[in-house]
Every structure is written in structure tokens, then in C-alpha cells.
Design a protein around this ligand. Structure first.
Ligand code: GDP
Length: 203
């Protein structure tokens, strides 16, 4: 898929106020600092699209971007954000939950994971929760350029093994990405293209 246009639409904290066009929507989420803004900018070939939404005060909102005027990319707040109070955390977790369970246009989520890190309970719990709600998602391993070539696949295999040794029958599908080199970006866009076709066939 070629990106012809990518534009910020709105930020809000309530699923009820999200845009109401019946366009397929893809949510990007992960722990803060995982590389989400960088990946969104790399995917959309835009240097500062996601930065628009990470202005102070906007980081904890549901941010909609419209791509090619025919699908939405949604930048969700980074979970596990250290600098917010417990009550703020609870509040934004509840609207993230509401977003995932109520947003009809949501077609697939992309859960970002730093490829250098060991599996973190917060990510595993969040993915288990998505699965329990039957929400389709991909794992996106970020910052692959920070590891040596052979080490990336080893790390990811170990990550997946932790999942399948646990409660997962099989590991979720994944992409390996680097925002610095652009690795994995075309593959994600091709998948979104395919999902867009599926969405349109079904609606
Ligand atoms: P966010 O908090 O998840 O939006 O993370 P950012 O996109 O702001 O990235 C956090 C830090 O990681 C920044 O210093 C980025 O420059 C760096 N970073 C993000 N993605 C990559 C990547 O693919 N490769 C490398 N080497 N650094 C990255």
C-alpha cells in the first residue's frame, strides 16, 4: 500500500466520541517508550504525525489518524506509564478497555513489544485479555536494529515459547520492525491492505 495522505483527526477519551465513519480501524498500543510514535511515523512516511498527539496532555487519549482517506490508524495511550497516578492509570485503563470492547470499526490491533526485552507480565496480561475478548491482534516487535541479526529471531522465538509454555495454544502472529531502517513497515501496510479488503467485503 502506498501512503498518499495521513492526517490527524481527533483526540478524545471516550469511545462514544470517536469518528463515526464506517471505516476499518487499526489500534496501536504498547508500553510507553516501546517505539510506538516512531513506528506510526515510519508506517505513514510522516516525520511527526504521532508527535502531534504526544503533546503534553494528549498522551493519554485515543488519537485518530485517517490514512489515504479510507482507514483509521489509532494511537492509544502507552500502558504502564510510570508518571501518572494510580487513579489516572485506572481511569485510562477503563477507557482503553471500553475502546476495545465497544469500538465496532476496530478490525485488528497491533501490540508493540520491544524486541530486546524479556516477556513482561503487563504485555502478556494485556494480550491474554485481548484474546479473551476475541479481538484479533498482531504482536509487533520493535527496535530490531538494536539487536544483532541472529539475536532478533532467537529473542522472539524465546518470547513465543514463554507464551506457548503458558496458556497459549499457539503464539499470535507477529511482525519484526525497526523504525530506523523501515524493516517490517511494508509488511504491516500490506497486511492492513488485505484486512481493508476483508472489512469492505464484510460491510
Ligand atoms: P513511544 O513512547 O512508544 O511513542 O516511543 P518513541 O517512538 O517515542 O521511541 C522511544 C525511543 O526509542 C526514542 O528515543 C526513539 O528514538 C527510540 N526508537 C524508537 N523506535 C526505534 C527503532 O526502531 N530503532 C531504534 N534504534 N530506536 C528506536
Amino acid at each position: 500500500m502506498k501512503i498518499h495522505s495521513a492526517r490527524f483527526v481527533m483526540s478524545n477519551s471516550s469511545v462514544e466520541h470517536c469518528p463515526n465513519q464506517p471505516l476499518p480501524e487499526y489500534a496501536f498500543i504498547g508500553r510507553s517508550n516501546v517505539g510506538k510514535s516512531s513506528l506510526i511515523n515510519a508506517l505513514t512516511r510522516h516525520n511527526s504525525l504521532a508527535k502531534t498527539s504526544s503533546r503534553p496532555g494528549k498522551t493519554q487519549l485515543i488519537n485518530h489518524f485517517i490514512i489515504n482517506e479510507n482507514w483509521f490508524l489509532v494511537d492509544l495511550p502507552g500502558y504502564g506509564y510510570a508518571r501518572v497516578s494510580k487513579s489516572t492509570k485506572k481511569e485510562f485503563q477503563s477507557y482503553i478497555r471500553a475502546y476495545f470492547t465497544k469500538r465496532e470499526q476496530l478490525f485488528c490491533a497491533f501490540v508493540l513489544i520491544d524486541s530486546r526485552h524479556e516477556p513482561q507480565p503487563i504485555d502478556l496480561e494485556f494480550m491474554a485479555w485481548l484474546a479473551s475478548k476475541e479481538i484479533a491482534f498482531y504482536m509487533v516487535f520493535t527496535k530490531a536494529d538494536k539487536l544483532k541479526k541472529g539475536a532478533v529471531q532467537k529473542k522472539i522465538d524465546a518470547y513465543c515459547k514463554v507464551m506457548t509454555d503458558g496458556a497459549w495454544e499457539e503464539h499470535p502472529p507477529y511482525f519484526i520492525t525497526s523504525s530506523s531502517s523501515g524493516l517490517g513497515c511494508d509488511e504491516i501496510l500490506e497486511e492492513i491492505d488485505r484486512l481493508n479488503e476483508m472489512f469492505r467485503a464484510a460491510h
